[in-house]
Design a protein around this ligand. Structure first.
Ligand SMILES: *Cc1c(COP(=O)(O)O)cnc(C)c1O
Length: 387
């Protein structure tokens, strides 16, 4: 008999479960090693500070950064806010123009709207049918006023991977700073801030089997040296870019999560690719169509359109056994069509008939086989129902 545990979690772009190896490493920092990492006068604080610096080392090694280029934050949302608001404020004498993209996460788009209210000019680049920007569009959007380009490394709905290296090269040729929201990329695909000419990069622990509420911002220290203004003020921690007592257990968890992901990325991605390819084949046999890029996509992502079947109906009909979603984790109850799917040129019907699957480290082949069959049956039985 099967020993499947329900509901099977296939929503890894929203968040991932904590890896038990990460929890093990964090535990002592909740209890006996509870010191404030800034209190260096005694072993409690000193031990905490050593743990934080070791996490910084692990993270910087993974992305080819220097350890002092890692700023710990509460997550990618905060990192994006510092990167956009802090940098546009700091370098306001260079200009007032920011270039970003229509398929970004709300943590970028809403911060850009805030910047517009503060008098900044924002260009939102369109994307092609696969979710990628056109480098020629990017180049022609650049003006004398352009301070920064912010383009996400991998999309959280369709998994499309951006040509980060080419964007970074162009930005540096034009002496413009380059920020990337890499919440879906770090720990999932190789990232090298030097080779990719990244100046600022946001990422988050809970998207790579670490704890929620902790993340980091990479801030380039040389060629060029970047220093965003802080957006919260206080004790001057993290090179005065992010004040506040450090979340030591969280930071330890982020360090361990990055280290594990780095080691296991390759075999994990091979496994995911095999499974998502297989799933797509079955879904296509019942009329499903892929949303996003056919190849330049996170291997654990699958966003599929089932014509004439409402995604909410699929999700509800399988909800006892499978946890999946339509797209980004909703913060409101209003069902708005995905801004990402619309940006690909799809209509609202397609946006309301698409589901997002995000595989994770702890899914098994048995779970995948079960889910493919369950979703296929659900789609087949819903097909006749007019929406
Ligand atoms: C999850 C996510 C965020 C937000 O990260 P938090 O750590 O939850 O604040 C930002 N951008 C992208 C692309 C994400 O997937």
């Amino acid at each position: 008999m099967s020993n499947l545990k329900f509901p099977i979690y296939l929503d890894s772009h929203a968040t991932t479960p904590l890896d038990p190896r990460v929890l093990d490493e964090m535990m002592p920092y909740f209890t006996e090693k509870f010191g404030n990492a800034s209190s260096l006068d005694h072993p409690y604080g000193y031990d905490a500070s050593v743990a934080v610096e070791s996490a910084r080392e692990r993270i910087s090694n993974a992305i080819n950064a220097r350890h002092d280029e890692i700023i710990f934050t509460s997550g990618a949302t905060e990192s994006n806010n510092i990167a956009l608001i802090g940098t546009m404020e700091k370098y306001q004498d260079r200009g007032n123009h920011l270039i970003t993209c229509v398929t970004e996460h709300k943590a970028i788009l809403d911060t850009a709207i805030h910047l517009e209210k503060m008098g900044k000019k924002i260009t939102y680049l369109q994307v092609d049918e696969h979710g990628q920007i056109d480098l020629a569009d990017l180049e022609s959007a650049i003006t004398d006023e352009t301070v920064m380009i912010s383009i996400m490394a991998a999309n959280n709905e369709i998994g499309t991977i951006a040509d980060v290296a080419s964007i970074g090269r162009l930005a540096h040729e034009k002496n413009i700073l380059f920020h990337t929201d890499a919440a879906q990329a770090v720990g999932h695909i190789p990232i090298n801030v030097e080779e990719m000419n990244i100046d600022l990069m946001s990422f988050s622990a809970h998207k790579m089997y670490g704890p929620k509420g902790v993340g980091a911002l990479y801030v380039r220290g040389m060629r060029p040296r970047v220093k965003p203004e802080p957006i919260i003020h206080g004790g001057g921690q993290e090179r005065n870019i992010r004040s506040g007592t450090l979340n030591v257990p969280g930071i330890v968890g982020l360090g361990k999560a990055v280290e594990i992901s780095q080691k296991e990325m390759e075999p994990e991605n091979k496994r995911f690719k095999l499974w998502t390819d297989e799933m797509l084949k079955v879904f296509e046999s019942i009329g499903g169509q892929l949303n996003g890029h056919p190849t330049k996509r996170l291997s654990h992502n699958l966003n599929v359109y089932f014509p004439n079947v409402e995604s909410k109906a699929i999700i509800n009909s399988v909800s006892k056994e499978i946890a999946i979603s339509t797209g980004s984790a909703c913060t409101t109850q209003i069902v708005e069509p995905s801004h990402v799917l619309l940006a690909l040129g799809h209509d609202e019907n397609r946006a309301h008939s698409s589901i997002r699957i995000g595989l994770g480290r702890f899914n098994t082949k048995e779970e995948i086989d079960f889910c493919v069959e369950k979703i296929t049956n659900s789609v087949e039985s819903l097909k006749g129902i007019i929406i």
